[in-house]
Ligand binder design. Structure first.
Ligand code: SF4
Length: 438
């Protein structure tokens, strides 16, 4: 069907979208399509959209328009979260030929072939209750591979559109997750990142299983050097999980735990299931158990009703407790979420000011954490080579390291030497003797 046809992909958003696109890639290749980079003319262009912020919608529309400009005779496909939450808006775009929602994404190729043969716009809009096993065999030439083991979310935080886009929480079985990890290890991957929308909720739809079961099963996969979890909600990190992480020889000492706000009144209207003291207690306990742990988190500024005092509560929590990096997001109203209708919307310039203050704080925290490890030998997985010829990679505890050398795609020992800008310059250790930090 796809012989001599060209396909291009453009992916926005999160690790789950990156994983889904990997699966689409392999499906098209399996039908004989030749993949070309986005920007080159193609018979089919798939844009994997994002709607987590207003910016995600705008960038998705931009990519769809660009796809049509590049390939005016080609078929332009919108898939992903924006395609699920607002299919009609996308279907109204003259540039778009096919809109595929979350449920039908595993039939993407058939829908594309139908669209190509029938030559008219298709829109799908149903939901799915089951986890769709989308097995992959590679991860697009990257050094670290993502493994999606959970989809959807049942939490409905008041600012979040994701439950509407990805549906209810559902899990991949432990066996299927382990076989996916094995396939990637067989393909040469030394690190996998376990990912999902809300992986702490893993197993609630599987009788008697929880996230710890997967972590323990992945730990014993032969040939896997190390693994991490992409993000996990505070209230889903249990004591047995912490004990496992602290004793594991492969679990990376890195946790991304969304905070969103450090103010209890704001956490309440966000419908977040914890309060600032619980978050502080958790982070302190984690670092007490694993002193070299790199803890970071998402923080939102400018949520409706956030006063200067509430913002200062967030700032002080981060300043005074062992968070070592931040992902800072300005609140973005999402149609259909309760927060979008709330009073007390914060002015964009004020959001910008608060965001800048938090990013500056985050930068200081990153540097302080980097300084703690100068002179030490840590394991680094080098992911790419920069234009200046230096390899770039990550330690297990999420320190970004640059180094001369040729050890790409491998976990190697690196002595952290000095800081340049926001990166640590390291030196490859040919025959590491000492016990390295995971
Ligand atoms: S936990 Fe909250 S913020 Fe996270 S995906 Fe679910 S609804 Fe969104």
């Amino acid at each position: 069907m796809g012989q001599d046809k060209k396909v291009a992909f453009y992916t926005l958003g999160c690790k789950l979208n990156a994983y889904d696109t990997e699966w689409y890639r392999e499906q098209f290749a399996g039908q004989g399509y030749l993949e070309v980079p986005f920007g080159e003319p193609a018979d089919v262009t798939v844009v994997n959209t994002c709607t987590v912020t207003g910016g995600g919608d705008a960038q998705s529309r931009q990519a769809l328009r660009r796809a049509h400009r590049i390939s005016p005779e080609g078929t332009v496909v919108a898939v992903g979260c924006y395609a699920q939450t607002d299919p009609d808006a996308l279907a109204l775009m003259p540039e778009v030929d096919l809109v595929v929602g979350t449920a039908e994404k595993t039939q993407l190729l058939d829908l594309v072939n139908d669209t190509c043969s029938l030559g008219r716009t298709f829109v799908t809009r149903s939901r799915t209750a089951e986890f769709q096993d989308m097995d992959i065999y590679n991860f697009g030439g990257r050094a670290r591979a993502f493994v999606k083991l959970q989809e959807g979310c049942n939490e409905f935080c008041s600012f979040c559109i994701i439950p509407f886009a990805r549906g209810k929480s559902r899990s991949r079985t432990v066996d299927s997750t382990v076989s996916q990890v094995k396939r990637l290890v067989d393909a040469g991957y030394q690190e996998v990142v376990l990912t999902g929308v809300h992986i702490g909720d893993y197993g609630t739809d599987l009788d008697g299983y929880e996230l710890l079961d997967v972590l323990e099963a992945v730990e014993v996969v032969d040939g896997l050097e190390r693994f991490r979890v992409s993000s996990i909600e505070a209230t889903f990190i249990t004591d047995p999980m912490i004990d496992f992480m602290a004793s594991s020889s492969k679990f990376c000492r890195h946790l991304h735990i969304p905070l969103q706000s450090g103010d209890d009144a704001i956490l309440e209207v966000m419908r977040r299931p914890y309060r600032r003291d619980q978050y502080i207690e958790l982070v302190e306990k984690l670092v007490d158990k694993m002193p070299d742990l790199g803890v970071g988190g998402d923080v939102m500024v400018g949520f409706p009703g956030e006063t200067e005092a509430a913002f200062q509560n967030t700032y002080e929590l981060i300043e005074q407790h062992p968070m070592v990096y931040l992902h800072v997001f300005p609140y973005s109203p999402r149609k259909g979420t309760p927060a979008a209708k709330m009073a007390g919307q914060v002015d964009p310039p004020e959001k910008k000011r608060r965001g800048a203050e938090l990013r500056a704080l985050g930068k200081r925290k990153v540097e302080a954490f980097q300084r703690r490890f100068l002179g030490q030998t840590l394991d680094v997985l080098f992911e790419n080579r920069r234009a200046d010829g230096l390899l770039q990679g990550l330690t297990g505890n999420y320190i970004r390291v640059l180094s001369p050398g040729s050890a790409r795609d491998q976990v190697v020992a690196v002595r952290l030497d000095h800081i340049e800008g926001d990166r640590v310059i390291g030196e490859l250790i040919p025959n590491p003797s000492m016990q390295m930090l995971v």
